[in-house]
Each structure stands twice: as structure tokens, then as C-alpha cells.
Ligand binder design. Structure first.
Ligand SMILES: [Zn+2]
Length: 153
């Protein structure tokens, strides 16, 4: 499960302003240089085309939750908040030079769960946290410029 942050109505705005792009990559069905002619994604061409919308950030639920928490925004799996609140949160975290602090940066770890299952926590590196802050700042700046809130879900 994941959370995507973006300015409200981002897709429609980007479509109306020709900001969406098409990314092409080799389809997963391609094996040994040959595409599956029955593939529902590439229709046998071997090229998977995906539309990409700028000003979006998709993160794992736990990462999105922690990001909201450190920015001073009540965490939830979906929501809507003023862009300025995100910008204030980023400025606050940077002012404290808080990037190395919990709950955002965590060590990778491993534990054994009930029944012997292996649970791996991937952790969050300082570089990853910096990327989240930089990206959410760009998204919030754009949302503010458009006069809309940031939504996530
Ligand atoms: Zn395919």
C-alpha cells in the first residue's frame, strides 16, 4: 500500500496544460527478446507506455505517515491540507536540522514474527528523507502557486 501526494486536481491541471508525459519501457512480458502477443499491457509490441504526471510523490504508507508526522500534519492514509502548512513543516524540519532524527530516519532491521516468518524493515536513509522533503517542497510550492491544497491518498 502507498500514499501519493499532489496538488488537488493535479492530473486534470497537468492534462489541460500538456504537462503529462508518456514514459516507454520494455514490457515485463518480454523474454529472450520476444514479447507475448497476448499481453494486455503492450498488446504484443514489447513496449509498455505509461502516462506520468509531474508534481506527484508516491511513498509507502509508513513513509507517508512518518513524513506527515514530522511536518506537523495529522497523519492519515488520505487527506487534504493547505500547501503552506507543508511548506512551514519543511522549513521547520530544516531549521532544526532535524533530518537525522526520528521518526523519519530509521535503521534497516529484521525480526522473526509469529510462526517464524521473517519481517524486514527497510528503514529510511537520510538521503531518502532529504529527497522526500525536497519533493514535497516542490509539490507544495506548485500547489500554492495554483492556489490549491495538497491532497494525498
Ligand atoms: Zn507486454
Amino acid at each position: 500500500m502507498s500514499i501519493t501526494f499532489h496538488p488537488a486536481n493535479n492530473y486534470a491541471f497537468c492534462a489541460a496544460n500538456n504537462l503529462n508525459t508518456i514514459r516507454e519501457e520494455e514490457c515485463l512480458c518480454v523474454y529472450d527478446g520476444h514479447a507475448n502477443s497476448n499481453c494486455p499491457y503492450c498488446k504484443g509490441t514489447g513496449v509498455d507506455r505509461m502516462e506520468e504526471t509531474p508534481f506527484e510523490m508516491n511513498v509507502a504508507n509508513g513513509n507517508g505517515w512518518a513524513l506527515l508526522e514530522i511536518l506537523g500534519i495529522t497523519p492519515d492514509y488520505s487527506g487534504c491540507e493547505d500547501a503552506q502548512k507543508f511548506l512551514d513543516g519543511v522549513a521547520f524540519v530544516r531549521a532544526l536540522n532535524n533530518v537525522g532524527h526520528e521518526p523519519l530516519v530509521t535503521e534497516a532491521s529484521e525480526e522473526t514474527g509469529t510462526g517464524g516468518c521473517r519481517i524486514i524493515h527497510c528503514g529510511r536513509t537520510p538521503e531518502q528523507v532529504q529527497r522526500y522533503l525536497d519533493t514535497i517542497e516542490v509539490i507544495a510550492t506548485e500547489a500554492k502557486r495554483r492556489g490549491v491544497k495538497i491532497t494525498w491518498g
